[in-house]
Structures are given as structure tokens and as C-alpha cells.
Design a protein around this ligand. Structure first.
Ligand code: SF4
Length: 212
């Protein structure tokens, strides 16, 4: 089977099994961005409460985060883990959008995908997965997000080598699939769900939709 047929059939099987996952759950692009930073090295359930807390404090906006003092922010995001580092990362991102775009996300996302990606990767604490999550889920830009689950599932199905890099895995998807935001959005969510429910460290192949 060719790579594109294979990737599309994985998508179709997972899509039929899980249905529309409506990822990323957020009320605004800014909420997606903050969620993408907060979810680094922690489970999503730990992020959800923090997002609610930030909303209640009326801080979930570039201006809100810009004004709040570091120690107050750190306290509010404590339950997401690594909160001191994450406070610095969120503040670095805010500094970046004010320096480059006057704090206006619409202006930021009007920028070309690849040049914006390059800039995001220069912000302290924003790696490839976070940058691509921001671009796809907050900016509606057609880029594929790769994570641990993606790599594990592809490796176990012999579609990549064990030492495949983020870039190589991303290229595999982007070279063989149409550059569609809804497709990339749902495909990443499907892989995450498969990884969480079946393709765990010890794979639970029985019952997994990809089990042949
Ligand atoms: S759990 Fe098994 S069948 Fe499912 S994706 Fe992982 S290796 Fe494949």
C-alpha cells in the first residue's frame, strides 16, 4: 500500500471509530495558545481547571496576562505543573506578541505560516509541537502536529523508523495528505485518542480500531 493510501486508511478507520472529536476545546484562539503552553508535560485534565481559573479571574486575554504579576499568574497555574517555568513561557509569548504585533493575534495569524512558525520557535519554551498546535488550532493554518502518540503509533505500524525526527514525521503527513485544516485537526486528535486509549506504553491491541 502506498504511504498516502495507508495514512488515509488509518484516518478513515480512526474517524469511523471515534467520530468528530472537536479538538481543540476552547472559546478563543488565545485560550488555545495558553492551553498549548500549559499542557506541556502534563495531562489535559490538569489544564482544564487552570483555564477555568484564569477565566474567572478575567485574565484570559493578551492584555490580562500582560498586566498580571508573575507571582499571581504562577499561583493561578500551579496545578498544571512546572508552573514557574510555564509562567515564564506564557510571559515570553506575551512579550513576543506585543513586540511583534502590538498584542493583536489577528495580525500575528495573518502572517505566512512558515515565517510565523520560525518566529514562534524562537520564543523561549515554544518547541515544535507547541508551535504547530498554536498554528493549527489557534491560527487555522494547515500544518500537521506531531506528538509522542503519533510517533509511537506510526512506529508500531512500521511506517517510520525508530529514530525518525519530528520534521520527518510531519513531512510524511504533509507530503501525502491534502493540506486541509479540518483533516489535520481531526487526524491529530484521533491519534491522541488512539494513543491514550489503546496505544499505551504496553499496547492494548485487542479492541484497537487499528488492530488487523
Ligand atoms: S494499540 Fe496496537 S493496533 Fe492499536 S495502534 Fe497501537 S500497535 Fe496499532
Amino acid at each position: 500500500m502506498q504511504q498516502n493510501d495507508c495514512l488515509l486508511s488509518i484516518y478513515e478507520i480512526l474517524n469511523a471509530h471515534f467520530g468528530n472529536l472537536r479538538w481543540w476545546p476552547a472559546d478563543s484562539p488565545f485560550e488555545v495558545i495558553i492551553g498549548a503552553i500549559l499542557t506541556q508535560n502534563t495531562a489535559w485534565r490538569n489544564v482544564e481547571n487552570v483555564i477555568i481559573r484564569l477565566k474567572k479571574a478575567d485574565l484570559l486575554s493578551p492584555e490580562g496576562i500582560r498586566k498580571v504579576e508573575d507571582h499571581v499568574l504562577a499561583n493561578l497555574i500551579k496545578s498544571s505543573g512546572y508552573y514557574l517555568i510555564k509562567t515564564k513561557r506564557i510571559k515570553s509569548f506575551i512579550h513576543f506578541i506585543y513586540e511583534e504585533y502590538g498584542g493583536d493575534l489577528d495580525i500575528m495569524f495573518a502572517e505566512d505560516l512558515w515565517s510565523l512558525r520560525e518566529k514562534l520557535l524562537k520564543v523561549k519554551g515554544i518547541g515544535e509541537e507547541t508551535a504547530d498546535s498554536i498554528l493549527l488550532y489557534a491560527g487555522n493554518k494547515p500544518i500537521f502536529v506531531v506528538d509522542t502518540y503519533t510517533k509511537r503509533i506510526l512506529m508500531r505500524h512500521n511506517l517510520i523508523h525508530t529514530d525518525a525526527t519530528y520534521k520527518e514525521i510531519q513531512r510524511l503527513f504533509m507530503n501525502h495528505l491534502p493540506h486541509s485544516v479540518p483533516l489535520f485537526n481531526q487526524y491529530h486528535a484521533l491519534l491522541v485518542n488512539t494513543g491514550k486509549n489503546f496505544c499505551t506504553v504496553i499496547p492494548q491491541c485487542d479492541g484497537c480500531p487499528l488492530h488487523t
